[in-house]
Design a protein. Structure first.
Lengths: 199, 97
């Protein structure tokens, strides 16, 4: 990012509120610990982890990655609609992002169902314990994110109905909610190769 | 007309999708041949993943235009965790029996 030294206006802008960033960073630290712990236990039972991983369907994982990437793009566009005072357009983007999140959930249910039906549960071995726990905790974050997006959709629709402008107090809500959703996306971006792909 | 999709966002998303597809393809390749090359390929998968993470952070979360301290924290986090995980991957496991 270029630095305009001595300039009177700063282009730096903190999306959302500081509290959201503290939460996001904290959550990312916790997941980082999960990632490292996973790699450690994997090294103790390498053959088992590789063997058990082969029972996963990487296509589900890849599809879910694409769904979340697309949902993040849609959230960015929805936020942009709000910033450019085209509020009426925002709900559509947020709803489309929610749809991607729901599709992710459907894939997840399908995937878990398949694994359980084949006899692979959390208790099967350490790989599957990590698989269910890590993707499960991520999934809980995603469900929370869907609630956040739903809330943002309702709010922007009500603001649009009231007159089409968003003050700063409301803007930080949208920015913060959007950043939380992007965090859900980026966590999965790491989980996908970590759990499904690595050898 | 205010565009809702700026070029740099679209490009970021296309790169993210492309890297996901590449990783997808690489790993199909990986499961076919578990030879010495698999360590390099897995390392590449990690690098790709964290490159993608950084794209999301900088462009979608707009950290690239956020105050410098926040940007520094995230740049350090991406670098540190990527390095940590790849280092653990190389150092910790012994050769598959």
């Amino acid at each position: 990012m270029s630095v305009s030294s001595g300039s009177t206006t700063s282009e730096k802008h903190l999306p959302g509120e500081l509290g959201v960033w503290v939460f996001i960073l904290g959550d990312m630290m916790v997941f980082s610990l999960f990632f490292a712990v996973f790699l450690y236990y994997r090294s103790l039972e390498l053959d088992l982890f590789i063997q058990s991983q082969s029972y996963l369907n990487i296509h589900y994982g890849a599809l879910n990655t694409l769904l979340l990437l697309t949902s993040s793009l849609l959230v960015v566009m929805g936020l942009q609609a709000i910033r450019t005072r085209q509020l009426a357009k925002a709900p559509g983007f947020f709803i489309a992002a929610i749809a991607c999140g729901i599709a992710f959930s459907v894939v997840k249910f399908f995937e878990y169902g398949e694994k359980l039906a084949a006899g692979y549960s959390m208790l099967s071995d350490n790989f599957f314990m990590f698989y269910y726990v890590l993707t499960g905790i991520h999934f809980l974050h995603l469900l929370l994110g869907l609630i956040v997006l739903f809330f943002l959709t309702v709010r922007v629709r009500s603001l649009a109905a009231q007159g089409g402008s968003v003050d700063n107090k409301n803007l930080v809500l949208f920015e913060g909610g959007a950043c939380y959703w992007h965090m859900v996306d980026l966590l999965w971006i790491v989980l996908f190769p970590l759990i499904y792909l690595m050898k | 007309m205010n565009t809702l999709l700026s070029p740099h966002i679209l490009i970021a998303w296309l790169v993210l999708v492309a890297m996901t597809v590449i990783s997808w393809y690489l790993s199909i390749d990986l499961s076919v041949a578990l030879d010495q090359g698999h360590r390099l390929t897995t390392s590449l998968l990690f690098l790709l993943a964290f490159f993608k993470v950084r794209l999301v952070i900088m462009h979608f979360m707009e950290v690239s235009t956020a105050p410098q301290p926040l940007r520094i924290i995230f740049e350090i986090w991406v670098l540190a965790i990527c390095t940590l995980l790849i280092t653990m991957y190389w150092l910790l496991p012994f050769a598959p029996t």
